[in-house]
Design a protein around this ligand. Structure first.
Ligand SMILES: Nc1ncnc2c1ncn2[C@@H]1O[C@H](COP(=O)(O)OP(=O)(O)OP(=O)(O)O)[C@@H](O)[C@H]1O
Length: 301
C-alpha cells in the first residue's frame, strides 16, 4: 500500500482552480519530489496531505487515513517541517526539542536526534542566535521528533549557502536510509536530481510529468553536446553522418561542437580514432533536470 495516496485532488481559491485533478502515490521508503514553477500549487497540494487545507474534491490518504477526519492517526505518522517563524526567538534548542517531544505519545529520543543533526553543542543556544543552517537542522529535528513514518519537507534548503545545502542533503539521505518516507517540495533542480527517487512536475495545478529524474531527462529534446578541438581538420559531412546528430558547428578557432545523443558520443570517438585524430579539450555535456523542467513547464504556458 502506498504511504501517501492523492487521487483527483482539486482546490480553488476565489473560484480560481490552483490544484486541478492531481493524483499521485508515494511508496514506502522513497523520496518523492514535487517540483514546479511559482504558484503551480505545490504548497496547496502538500497542505492538503498534511490536513491543513480541505480539498474541494478528490481524496487524500496517509497510511490509509484521511488527514482531515482522522487527524490524530495522521499526526502519529506524519512529521511536518515547521515554518521557521513558528519558533520563538528566545526558546533554546533544548527547550524546543523538549517542548515538541511532549506533543507525542511515543517521541523519538530528542538527545539522539540532536546528536544526529549536529545540534548537541547548540542545545543552550537561543533560536534567535542560530545560523540559517542550524535553524534548518532544528526544523528537520522537530519534524522527526514524533518518530514519523513520513515527513513533508517544503523548501528545505531555501536560503542556505551551498555547503549547508549539501550537508542538509546528506542528512535527508540518512533520514531516508533510516526508513522514513519523504515528500519534498523544492525549487532546486540539483536538489531534486540528487535526492528524489521520483518527481511529480506540477504546472498550473496539474501534474505534467511523473517519473524518475533520469526518466524526466530522457523525455526532453535537449541534446548531449560534445565539444573538442581536433588535432587536424575533420569534414562536416563525416560528423553530420554520425547517428542521432542534430547539428554540427565548427568555430573559427577550430573548436567543433556536435549536438546529438549518448550514441553520438561513442561513434564520434570511434570516427576520430579511425582517422587518427586526437580530440583536445574534449567535453561532453548531458542534458540536466533543468532542461527537462523548462521543456515540461514551457509546453503548458
Ligand atoms: N489562501 C489562499 N487564498 C488565495 N489564494 C491562494 C491561497 N494560498 C495560495 N493561493 C494561490 O494559489 C496559487 C498556488 O499557490 P501555492 O502556494 O500552492 O503554489 P506553489 O507552487 O507552492 O508556489 P511557490 O513555489 O511560489 O511557493 C498561487 O497563485 C497562490 O497565490
Amino acid at each position: 500500500m502506498p504511504v501517501i495516496e492523492v487521487t483527483g485532488l482539486c482546490k480553488s481559491y476565489g473560484g480560481r482552480p490552483v490544484v486541478d485533478g492531481v493524483s499521485f502515490a508515494v511508496e514506502e521508503g522513497e523520496i518523492f519530489g514535487v517540483l514546479g514553477p511559482n504558484g503551480a500549487g505545490k504548497t496547496t497540494t502538500v497542505e492538503c496531505v498534511e490536513g491543513l487545507r480541505a480539498p474541494d474534491a478528490g481524496q487524500v490518504r496517509v497510511a490509509g487515513f484521511d488527514p482531515l477526519t482522522e487527524r490524530q492517526d495522521v499526526t502519529r505518522i506524519l512529521g511536518v517541517q515547521l515554518q521557521q517563524s513558528a519558533l520563538q526567538e528566545n526558546l533554546t534548542v533544548r527547550e524546543a526539542l523538549q517542548l515538541y517531544s511532549a506533543f507525542y505519545p511515543a517521541p523519538a529520543d530528542w538527545r539522539q536526534l540532536a546528536e544526529r543533526l549536529g545540534l548537541t553543542d547548540r542545545l543552550d543556544a537561543r533560536f534567535g542566535t542560530l545560523s540559517g543552517g542550524q535553524r534548518q537542522r532544528l526544523s528537520i529535528a522537530l519534524a522527526l521528533i514524533g518518530a514519523p513514518k513520513v515527513v513533508v519537507l517544503d523548501e528545505l534548503t531555501t536560503g542556505l549557502d551551498p555547503r549547508a545545502r549539501r550537508d542538509t542533503w546528506k542528512l535527508i539521505e540518512d533520514v531516508r536510509d533510516s526508513g522514513v518516507t519523504i515528500l519534498l517540495v523544492t525549487h532546486f533542480m540539483e536538489e531534486a536530481q540528487r535526492l528524489c527517487d521520483r518527481i511529480a512536475v506540477l504546472d498550473a495545478g496539474k501534474i505534467v510529468a511523473l517519473d524518475t529524474p533520469a526518466g524526466l531527462i530522457r523525455r526532453t529534446d535537449a541534446a548531449t553536446v560534445i565539444t573538442f578541438t581536433p588535432s587536424r581538420p575533420i569534414g562536416d559531412l563525416d560528423l553530420a553522418a554520425l547517428p542521432a546528430v542534430v547539428s554540427v558547428r565548427q568555430a573559427a578557432d577550430g573548436q567543433v561542437s556536435v549536438r546529438g545523443t549518448d550514441e553520438t558520443v561513442g561513434t564520434l570517438i570511434a570516427l576520430l580514432a579511425r582517422h587518427q585524430i586526437t580530440a583536445h579539450h574534449l567535453q561532453v555535456t548531458n542534458p540536466t533536470l533543468d532542461d527537462a523542467f523548462l521543456h515540461l513547464t514551457e509546453q503548458e504556458t
